[in-house]
Ligand binder design. Structure first.
Ligand SMILES: O=C(O)c1cc(=O)[nH]c(=O)n1[C@@H]1O[C@H](COP(=O)(O)O)[C@@H](O)[C@H]1O
Length: 308
């Protein structure tokens, strides 16, 4: 990273080209390949079951096998950055290769980095995951709003400028999330996060984010776990007025079903990406089995969501 601002970086590399908006690319990917996002989570148990060594070489094999197997049968992959960081610099080099390979195979990439810090530091996180000039740039990144959704502004700005997206944690799939996110009842912390992300989206003009058939998907999305049940109602989260995409982890290994997803996300059909990591990876390492698992999940999700 040089010492220029993040907007200087992407300005240089795009050379005035207008990037296609993330929402447009996402909508098209979901239409074409369905709502599945395959998580690449290199848990030790998965590595062992696949007969892979716990080394960067093993991590690379896992990542490439998944990408080659599921390309065309999923809209996106979501590498869990934590498992790449765990291997140090070798792991981060594998993450760079993984992101590049996914792009080459026509898969959207969501870096699951869950970043969030004061604005000045956030600039560096934004640069890393969302700048045209970064070797770690993905199509979108997951963000944590604990320092206030407004502190994520450098990421919102850079995502808009480079045609990328963000997914801000709102109602997470883990049971512990309730102790913070549900505070405030129908005026909950989670509801405020949703409002702030939507306010940010509302400041953007529609034209750039509109597909041919007039679906508008704004670049800043939410993470809402597939396991949250009736929580949106009880904590005042209303997705019917939200204009971004939704990333929904919790299907598969965490137990949420396609039927539950259909109920939870009836207002964001065509804009919801359903993540499954262990639920797909456990079918490996045979690529044919992985592909079959992704195909079965996609069919199940299409039935459950009723679209996409
Ligand atoms: O941001 C996420 O992706 C995320 C948010 C959330 O609320 N719950 C959640 O499980 N995740 C991530 O989604 C993945 C879930 O993996 P599986 O449970 O194996 O499908 C992990 O990488 C989690 O870190």
């Amino acid at each position: 990273m040089s010492d220029g601002t993040s907007s200087e970086h992407q300005g240089e590399s795009r050379k005035g080209a207008v990037p296609e908006a993330f929402g447009v690319r996402l909508g098209r990917a979901i239409e074409r390949s369905g709502p599945l996002c395959v998580g690449i989570d290199a848990h030790p148990a998965i590595m062992t079951a696949w007969g892979l060594p716990s080394t960067p070489a093993g991590l690379l094999r896992l990542s490439m096998t998944v990408i080659e197997a599921v390309a065309g049968h999923a809209a996106a992959i979501k590498p869990q950055v934590a498992w790449y960081e765990a291997y140090g610099s070798g792991g981060m080099a594998v993450l760079e290769q993984t992101l590049a390979a996914a792009r080459d195979h026509g898969l959207l990439t969501i870096a699951d980095a869950k970043r969030g810090d004061i604005g000045s530091t956030m600039e560096a996180y934004a640069y890393t995951w969302l700048s045209d000039d970064s070797t770690l740039a993905a199509d979108a990144v997951t963000l944590s709003p604990y320092l206030g959704a407004g502190s994520l502004e450098p990421a919102f700005e850079l995502a808009e400028a480079t045609g990328r997206g963000t997914f801000v944690l709102a109602l997470t799939s883990n049971p512990e999330g309730a102790s913070v996110q549900h505070v405030g009842g129908t005026r909950s912390v989670a509801a405020r996060v949703v409002e702030e992300v939507e306010e940010r989206n509302m400041g953007l003009s529609d034209t750039k984010h509109t597909m041919r058939d007039q679906i508008v998907i704004k670049p800043n999305g939410l993470v809402v776990g597939a396991t949250v049940g009736s929580a949106p109602e009880t904590v005042g989260v209303d997705l019917s007025t939200f204009s971004g995409p939704v990333l929904a982890p919790g299907y598969g290994a965490q137990g949420a079903t396609a039927g539950e997803l259909g109920q939870l996300f009836s207002h964001v059909r065509g804009r919801v990406l359903v993540n499954s990591a262990r639920g797909i990876l456990r079918a490996g390492p045979d690529p044919a089995d992985l592909r079959a698992s992704a195909q079965a999940a996609t069919e199940d999700l299409r039935r459950g969501l009723g679209a996409g």
